[in-house]
Design a protein around this ligand. Structure first.
Ligand code: CP
Length: 315
């Protein structure tokens, strides 16, 4: 593995899940791999889980970490070539990526979608320019279109909770007061397509994800119908993809409730966090013993650790 930009970097997801569970059982077993090496973590957006779990993963691997909030601590970056830099952007990505490459052995980057220009977001300007101009491996800590560390942790969590190829997994849209990106939904869809489950997406009309990602995954517009017999219910908001960045529906009828969970096969409830209580899911869903949200966050550490292992071994 040269970089970890999306789930396609994983040669065999089932093997990766097994190896992540082994790391979870013995997290310091590869502490020697990262000795005298540094992971640089660049945040263009906020984080709780990604920041702390990736740092913890690095520490398990013997790596030291350097963290920088690029949104307010670094010089504003210019990404266009040939620009006369007379505006607010003080540093070009060419120099920034080359300089950070000298200080670190791996760079991890978080840079969300703007949700204003679809084409720009899909270019993955920040991530791909670091790949282009840095000389070391890059990890995606959530970009405009993908959150592959989250999806890898989710795959492990599902496996730990009795997943079989007969399991029914439902990805359901939920309301949210802010327009949120598609990254988590996209990567979750790609992950479930790889584990060969009985998989259904449910959402209001107008909230279809990118069809190049969902491919032939069935979409059911009636949430209650979709939930019947589910073994895993993954709840997530995203804004409209076709009417890019727009919120089309804000009412609460799509919130996950304990009444709706009764339609399932005693399903496990999943969400990547952070979650707005009693907007996305009701208190009693989140506080129920079937909620896996804290375990998902825990597995972020070991998923990140596995990714670091691949990159360190390759280097
Ligand atoms: N799930 C997730 O990525 O959480 P943070 O945004 O807190 O990192």
């Amino acid at each position: 593995m040269k970089h970890y930009l999306n789930l396609d970097a994983i040669p065999n997801l089932e093997t990766a899940i097994e190896e992540i569970i082994d790391l979870k059982n013995d997290p310091y077993s590869l502490e020697h791999l990262g000795q005298n090496k540094i992971l640089g973590m660049l945040f263009f957006n906020p984080s709780l889980r990604t920041r702390l779990s990736t740092q913890k993963a690095a520490h398990h691997m013997g790596l030291k970490t350097m963290v920088m909030n690029f949104s307010n601590e670094a010089w504003a970056l210019e990404f266009e070539n040939g620009t006369k830099m007379s505006g607010l952007r003080s540093e070009h990505i060419k120099e920034a990526a080359a300089v950070v490459s000298q200080y670190c052995d791996i760079i991890a980057i978080r840079a969300f979608a703007s949700l204003s220009k679809k084409e720009k977001d899909e270019e993955e300007q920040v991530l791909n320019n670091f790949v282009r101009y840095a000389s070391i491996p890059i990890i995606n800590m959530e970009s405009a279109t993908a959150h592959p560390l989250q999806a890898l942790a989710d795959a492990v969590t599902i496996k730990e909770h009795g997943f079989t190829k007969k399991s029914k997994i439902v990805l359901t849209w939920a309301p949210h007061p802010k327009a949120l990106p598609h990254a988590v939904g996209n990567s979750f869809v790609k992950m479930v397509q790889k584990i060969d489950a009985d998989f259904v997406i449910t959402q209001p009309k107008g909230y279809e994800l990118n069809s190049e990602i969902t491919k032939d995954t069935p979409v059911i517009y009636n949430q209650e119908e979709a939930l019947i017999g589910a073994d895993f219910v993954y709840t997530k908001n995203w804004c409209s993809y076709n009417d890019y960045g727009k919120i089309l529906k804000t009412d609460q009828e799509w919130m996950m409730t304990s009444e709706k969970m009764k339609l399932t096969n005693d399903a496990k409830f999943m969400h990547c966090l952070p979650i707005r209580r009693n907007i996305v899911a009701a208190d009693d869903v989140l506080d129920h013993s079937n909620s896996l949200v804290i375990e998902q966050a825990n597995n972020r550490t070991y998923a990140a650790q596995w990714v670091l292992k691949q990159l360190l071994e390759n280097g």
